[in-house]
Design a protein around this ligand. Sequence first.
Ligand code: 13P
Length: 347
Amino acid sequence: MSSYAEELRATAQAMMAPGKGILAMDESHSTCNQRFEKLGIPTTEERRRAYRELILTTPKLSDFISGAILYDETIRQSSQAGLPFTQMMQAAGLIIGIKVDTGAKDLAACAGEKVTEGLDGLRERIAEYYQMGARFAKWRAVITIGSQMPSLTCLEANAHALARYAALCQEGGLVPIVEPEVLIDGNHSIQRCDEVTDQTLQVVFSQLRLQKVALDQMVLKPSMVISGQDCAQPASVEQVAEFTVNCLRRNVPATVPGIAFLSGGQSNLQASQHLNLINAQYADRLPWRVTFSYARAIQQTALEHWAGNDAQIPAAQQLLYHRAKLNGAASLGQYSAEMEQQQPVLA
Ligand code: 13P
C-alpha cells in the first residue's frame, strides 16, 4: 500500500467535491498552438502563458472547479506580476494537476492506432511535480474506432501503460486520472461505441488490478458512450445517458471514488446536457460521484472571445466562469436550458 494512501483518498474526494469538476488546461504545445493558429493568436510561450493566466485568475473559479490539469510548461510559469501559477492556484483553492504522458504515438504494426508514451523517467518526474505542489496527474490513452479497430494489441498496450503510470503516481503521492478516450471520430453508431468502450474498460481495469493500483485512490476519466460525429443517426441525449451509465455500471468497481468525463469534441450544449441527464436521472443508482473534466467544452468560448486581445480578458473570464457554472450544475443534475440564456452581458 502506498504510504500516501490516506492523502490520496482525501485528494480524490476533494477533486470530486459536490457541484464541482476538474478543468483540463493541459494542452500540449502542439494542441494549444493549433487552437491559437485558428484564431490568429501568435503561437509563442508568452501568449500561452497569458492565456493560462487568464484562466487561472478567473474570479471565483473554484466555486465550480476543484482542480486544474496543467502542462509541464504551465506548471513552471508565473503571472505577469511574477507570482508562480502554482502559488496562485493554492491561494485560489484549486488543486494542482499535471499531465505526465508525453503523447500518443503511432503503434508499431497497427496502422492507424496509437499508444501513449511517457513511462521512462516517470518516477523522477512525479517526485518533482509533487515537490512543486501537484497532487494529481493525468495520462490519456486514445482508442480509435474503425472497421478493424481497435485491435487487442492497441487496447492491451494502452491499458498496460495506463496501469503502470497509475501505480507510479500512487507510489509518489499523486492521484492518477486514468483516461482511456474512445474517440468520437467516425460514423459509427452508439451501439458500436458501447461495444468498444465496454472492451476498453474491461482491459483497463484488468491491467489496473494486475499492476496493483488502489482503485479507491484514482479517478476515471472516460469518454461518454456516444455515436460517432459523422453518424447518420446521431444518438439522443437520453440514449447517451442510458448507454453511458449502463456501460460504466458494468465495468467500473464501486470503490472508484469518482468519474470525470472528457468532452471529446461534443458541443458545449451536449456536454452539459449529457452530464446533467446522467446525474438527474441515475445518480441514485451510481456508486461513484460523476462530474466533468472538460477542456474544450469549458474553455473554447472564452478562448475565441479573448483571441489574443488582452482587452477582452474580463469578458473571456465571464464566459469561462459561466460554462464552469453550468457544468457544476450538471454535475448535480440541476442544469436547465434556461441557464444557457443567462449568458454574461459582455462589455
Ligand atoms: P476535452 O474535454 O476537450 O475532450 O479535453 C479533455 C482532456 O483532457 C483530453 O485529454
